[in-house]
Design a protein around this ligand. Structure first.
Ligand SMILES: [Zn+2]
Ligand SMILES: [Zn+2]
Ligand SMILES: [Zn+2]
Ligand SMILES: [Zn+2]
Length: 419
């Protein structure tokens, strides 16, 4: 019989093939998380940042052998589910005992027996049936933001709360990793922009983005290496006026478990505007170019064709997990990056993970993505990539990929609407 003085900490992937659980004293909550905004984290998850907290049991007692491993760096491995792509752990192989940190978005508090019988949730895209016990205390606490400098534009820190709700202290932000790195003031982006404007180059990067006709869609391992093109026309059309893609910021269970981030950001794009990387030279160069080589296939232009192509192993390392009968979550089977979300209902479009976009201006790809709708009050409740019970409750109001709160979360721009 489990003691009432301890609680179950669970981590499981989206498809629930892999579940890890341990017991911890309630006094150990909230678990401190370090939120990393580095380019590698974005390219490995498709999210705008990742967050992790030490897994509180000895490494030797945690059997991760069924998880897939990606060498994120010489000193960090990402351990993820090969079926659904959920990143579960960061492993530090060079450290004594190969320490494990669990990806924060995968963690929740369960009730007795949870984890032994599976996680008990149904398909998340259609409903929220989490059986996890809601607790009054916070599960996670944002201790610091690191590698913010990598984002160039501040990335997701734009929406992160400034003050820690428990201590009332400012959550520190660091340009690089916190050790030996410069701490950033709250107004660091304003300061950078002021410096730029004094030199007459304010918003130069965003302007440059808007001039760009192609944008890389590339995961960390580069097994997924595609190009996103402007406008509704074919990749070889050069006369299309620049248009921004509408964004969807989603906190549904599927997005969270697929990426490990509490809030996931998508850009909606026409499939006909995506090509293989080798086609980019044709679309971005003069229209006098010859037709693309016949040896380079066209990228699928419908959700069903995309699925068929991946079923036939024709799209590099891209694979998918069907999170409901009509939806596919595409991820890289080598590095685990979330890349696309496609639905049979939206035949000619996909949602593209903004974290794998390679915009010159920065992580938010401001010259390509319209972020309208994020100013609403709801976003002030965002907990900086934790997800305690209170925040989960609130998020359910606008979860499910924007379906229940389109007015707040989606802004469709003219050209995109006709795509
Ligand atoms: Zn899984
Ligand atoms: Zn990182
Ligand atoms: Zn990859
Ligand atoms: Zn979602």
């Amino acid at each position: 019989m489990a003691s009432s003085t301890s609680i179950t900490l669970l981590a499981h992937c989206l498809c629930a093939t892999h579940t890890f659980h341990t017991r911890i004293p309630p006094s150990s909550l909230p678990l401190p998380t370090s939120i990393c905004h580095c380019t590698s984290c974005r390219l490995t998850t498709g999210a705008l940042s990742t967050s992790a907290t030490p897994w509180p049991t000895p490494r030797a007692t945690v059997n991760t052998s069924a998880l897939r491993t990606f060498a994120f760096s010489p000193r960090i491995n990402v351990l993820f589910c090969g079926t659904c792509g959920s990143p579960l752990f960061f492993e530090f192989p060079l450290e004594k005992g190969a320490r494990l940190s669990v990806v924060a978005g995968m963690v929740r508090v369960g009730r007795d027996g949870d984890g032994d019988e599976g996680c008990g949730f149904e398909d998340e895209d259609e409903g929220e049936t989490d059986t996890g016990t809601e607790i009054e205390t916070e599960l996670l606490q944002s201790a610091k933001h690191i590698c913010v400098g990598d984002t160039r534009d501040g990335g997701a820190t734009l929406w992160a709360p400034r003050w820690d709700r428990r201590s009332g202290e400012e959550v520190p932000r660091f340009w690089g990793r916190s050790e030996g790195s410069a701490a950033l003031g709250w107004d660091w982006l304003d300061e950078i922009n002021t410096t730029r404007s004094e030199h007459g180059d304010q918003d130069e990067d965003a302007d440059q983005d808007e001039d760009e006709k192609v944008l890389p869609i590339r995961c960390k391992c580069q097994g997924v290496n595609l190009r996103l093109h402007r406008g509704p026309a074919s990749p070889t059309t050069t006369s299309t006026p620049p248009a921004k893609l509408r964004s969807i910021s989603c906190s549904c269970r599927s997005c969270r478990l697929a990426s490990g981030a509490s809030t996931f950001h998508w850009a909606v794009a026409a499939l006909s505007n995506i090509s293989f990387a080798t086609l980019s030279t044709f679309s971005s160069s003069a229209s006098t170019s010859a037709c693309p080589s016949t040896s380079t296939p066209a990228f699928p232009t419908s959700a069903s064709a995309l699925r068929a192509a991946v079923d036939a192993s024709a799209l590099g390392t891209l694979t998918y997990y069907a999170s409901s009968p009509s939806t596919q979550r595409y991820f890289c089977r080598v590095c685990s990056a979330s890349v696309f979300y496609a639905s049979a209902e939206r035949k000619g479009e996909v949602r593209v993970a903004i974290g794998v976009l390679g915009a010159g201006s920065g992580a938010r790809a401001e010259g390509w993505v319209h972020w309208g709708g994020l100013e609403g009050d709801w976003y002030k409740n965002w907990d900086g990539y934790g997800h305690d019970a209170g925040v989960e409750k609130k998020k359910k109001q606008y979860a499910r990929c924007g379906r229940t709160s389109k007015a707040l979360m989606e802004t469709r721009l003219d050209v995109d609407a006709t795509a």
